[in-house]
Design a protein around this ligand. Sequence first.
Ligand SMILES: O=C(O)c1cc(=O)[nH]c(=O)n1[C@@H]1O[C@H](COP(=O)(O)O)[C@@H](O)[C@H]1O
Length: 237
Amino acid sequence: MTPAPIAVALDAPDLETAAHWASLVTPHVSTVKVGLELYLRYGPEVIASVRGASGVQVFLDLKLHDIPNTVAGAAKAVARLKPAILTVHAAGGPAMIQAAVEALPNTQIAAVTVLTSLSEADLERIGVAGPSDDAVRRLAVVAVGAGAQALVCSPREVATVRAEVGPDITLITPGVRPVGAASQDQARVATPEQALADGADLLVIGRPITGSADPGAAAAGIAAALRRTLAGSGRAV
Ligand SMILES: O=C(O)c1cc(=O)[nH]c(=O)n1[C@@H]1O[C@H](COP(=O)(O)O)[C@@H](O)[C@H]1O
């Protein structure tokens, strides 16, 4: 069966746990995501550990945000790891995004628009003109104009962003919570089925899977629900 369009966030305190989670979920999902916690503790070798023998896609979530020259250098520094996806903050601006795209031609550069942990009140406090839908759309336009092939936004904005950028840009949504799951530190959330129905291409899901007693079964359950959503909408499974 084709793995479901889910990137499991391997936000683990140690490498053994991350590699174990990766081995449990990779039969069911297309992608595993390595973020700051794991990368800063273990460095580049973490990528080979979670990729294992499965050859699963690795999403390297470093959320780069600096001047263009520094981001280009950082992107080149991870080129040998061959990540399928690398994140940068869209707020770094068009020259920074373009620098990342040019530095890593074989990796999808995903521009993070507005963090899913930020509420409308948070946006106002940090001086970003809302509502979040507008802020995300503005950043999406800048990022795509600078060459980003992928965008990260919450499932709440994915339909708006899809309408703005068209079918060819990969839309990635964290802030995904199955019905009844706690939102924890996420502010703008929706269910996996809703995110997919609204146009997301890849769902980032961490704790609802990795915090479960059986991460493999949790991933399989969400993957099955997504397959039903895709089949119902006539999209490819
Ligand atoms: O770039 C990301 O992946 C990301 C962007 C964003 O706006 N919000 C967000 O939660 N993420 C990441 O997505 C994952 C969400 O994890 P859970 O909240 O445990 O499902 C974490 O690894 C975050 O670092």
